[in-house]
Design a protein around this ligand. Structure first.
Ligand SMILES: Nc1ncnc2c1ncn2[C@@H]1O[C@H](COP(=O)(O)OP(=O)(O)OP(=O)(O)O)[C@@H](O)[C@H]1O
Ligand SMILES: [Mg+2]
Length: 361
C-alpha cells in the first residue's frame, strides 16, 4: 500500500469537534502511535481511517486514490485495512479457528487456503495448538492474540489497533507490546496504534503523534519527544518533567537565553526548533534525571542552587527525591550512589543544555 495521507480532516459530533483540521501522513511500513488524553479524538481518527465514519471536511487518500471525503466513503471491507478494537470483539460461541477464519469465509476463499492461512496467522501470534478452544477458555492475553490473528489473516496493508492492551494486567501488557512490535517487523505493514500510555507509545512507535482536542500537538520519534517536547502539554504528557517559567532577560544571545525565575536566573540552551518566543514569559522544562546533585562545591556556578530534600522514594534502579528550591518543588531522580537523607541541604545543578525551552502555549 502507498502512503496514507490525511488532509484537513474534521469530524464533529454535535458541538464536539472530535477531529479538528488534522493533516498527517503515514508512510508505508511505518509504526505510528497516536497518543493523547481520553476524548482527544484517537478512536474517531481510527474510525475515519478505517471507513466507519464519514468526515465533515477534508479527505483521506492512499497514494493518489481518495478513499474518504464528506461526499463519499469507500467502505471498510474495500480498504485493505483491519482494525483491532479495544474490546477484542471476538465471538464466544465460536472456536479460535472459527473466529480467525470468519473474515476469509465472507471473502469466499476455498477451505484448504482458509486452513493454511488461519494456522499461519495463529502461529504468528503464538497460539499454535489452541485453534479448537472457545474464547471463554482463553486468558485475556490469548483473547487479545485471537483479535490480532483475525485482523492479520486477511493480509491487510494497514493494521489499526485501538488500545488493544488496555484490558491486560501490567506484566502481560509489557510482554504483549514487545510481541506486537516484533509482529510489526515480521509483517512489514503499516501499523497505526492508539494508546494513552506513554511507555507503550515510546516502545511501539517509530513515530508518535500526540493529540489534544482533536488536533495534533507534536509529532516525532520517541527520542525527539523525550528530548525536546514542544510545549508544556507535551512535556508533561510524555515522561515526568519539571516545568519552570520566568521572564526573558535582556542580553540573551548566541545559543542560550537567560530566564529570570522566582528563585533566580537560569541559563537555558536554545533548542533550534523550540526557541523561546520573544514574549517575555518563557517556559522551559528539565527531566528529573537531567538535574545533578553536588554535595561539594560544583565546578560551575551557572544554574546551581541550594535545595532541601523533602521526600525520598526508593525505586531500586534510582531514588526519586522531591526537593525544595525557595518554595518550588522539584523532582530529581538519581542513582543510589546519591543516598541523601531527608532535610539535607545540597547543591542542585540544572545543566543549560538540559533545560529545554518550550513554546509559549
Ligand atoms: N458517536 C459519538 N457521538 C457523540 N460524541 C462522540 C461520539 N464518538 C465520540 N464522541 C466524542 O468525540 C470526542 C472524541 O472521542 P474519541 O472516542 O475519539 O476519543 P479518544 O481519544 O478515543 O478517547 P479514549 O482515550 O477515552 O478512548 C469525545 O469528546 C467523545 O465524547
Ligand atoms: Mg478511544
Amino acid at each position: 500500500m502507498s502512503d496514507l495521507v490525511i488532509n484537513e480532516l474534521t469530524k464533529a459530533f454535535g458541538e464536539t469537534i472530535a477531529v479538528n483540521d488534522l493533516c498527517l501522513k503515514f508512510e508505508e511500513g511505518e509504526a505510528v502511535v497516536l497518543l493523547g488524553p481520553s476524548g482527544c479524538g484517537k478512536t474517531t481518527l481510527l474510525k475515519l481511517i478505517a471507513g466507519f465514519l464519514q468526515p465533515d471536511n477534508g479527505h483521506i487518500a492512499i497514494g493518489d486514490d481518495i478513499i474518504s471525503t464528506p461526499h463519499e466513503v469507500i467502505p471498510p471491507d474495500r480498504r485493505q485495512m483491519s482494525m483491532v478494537f479495544q474490546s477484542y470483539a471476538i465471538w464466544p460461541h465460536k472456536t479460535v479457528f472459527q473466529n480467525v477464519a470468519y473474515g476469509l469465509e465472507v471473502r469466499k476463499i476455498n477451505k484448504s487456503d482458509i486452513k493454511k492461512r488461519v494456522m499461519n496467522a495463529l502461529s504468528m501470534v503464538q497460539l499454535d495448538g489452541l485453534e479448537g478452544r472457545y474464547s471463554t477458555e482463553l486468558s485475556g492475553g490469548q483473547q487479545q492474540r485471537v483479535a490480532v490473528a483475525r485482523a492479520i489473516v486477511v493480509e491487510p496493508s494497514l493494521l489499526l489497533l485501538d488500545e488493544p492492551l488496555s484490558n491486560l494486567d501490567a506484566n502481560l501488557r509489557i510482554e504483549m507490546r514487545s510481541e506486537l512490535s516484533d509482529l510489526h517487523k515480521r509483517l512489514g505493514i503499516t501499523f497505526v496504534y492508539v494508546t494513552h500510555d506513554q511507555a507503550e507509545a515510546m516502545v511501539l512507535g517509530d513515530r508518535i503523534v500526540l493529540m489534544n482536542y482533536g488536533r495534533m500537538v507534536q509529532e516525532g520519534t520517541p527520542e525527539v519527544f523525550y528530548q525536546t517536547p514542544k510545549n508544556r502539554f507535551a512535556a508533561s504528557f510524555i515522561g515526568t518533567s519539571n516545568i519552570f517559567s520566568g521572564k526573558l532577560e535582556n542580553g540573551s544571545s548566541g545559543g542560550t537565553i537567560r530566564v529570570r525565575t522566582d528563585f533566580g536566573p537560569i541559563t537555558v540552551a536554545k533548542q533550534v526548533e523550540n526557541a523561546a518566543s520573544s514574549a517575555d514569559e518563557v517556559y522551559f522544562c528539565v527531566r528529573p534525571e537531567w538535574v545533578k546533585f553536588h554535595t561539594e562545591a560544583p565546578g560551575t556556578d551557572i544554574n546551581v542552587y541550594k535545595v532541601r530534600i523533602l521526600k525520598r522514594q526508593y525505586y531500586g534502579k534510582y531514588i526519586q527525591y522531591t526537593v525544595d528550591l525557595k518554595g518550588k518543588e522539584i523532582i530529581v531522580e538519581a542513582t543510589d550512589e546519591w543516598d541523601i537523607p531527608l532535610e539535607a541541604e545540597v547543591n542542585l545543578e540544572f545543566p543549560p543544555e538540559r533545560c529545554v525551552c518550550l513554546e509559549n502555549n
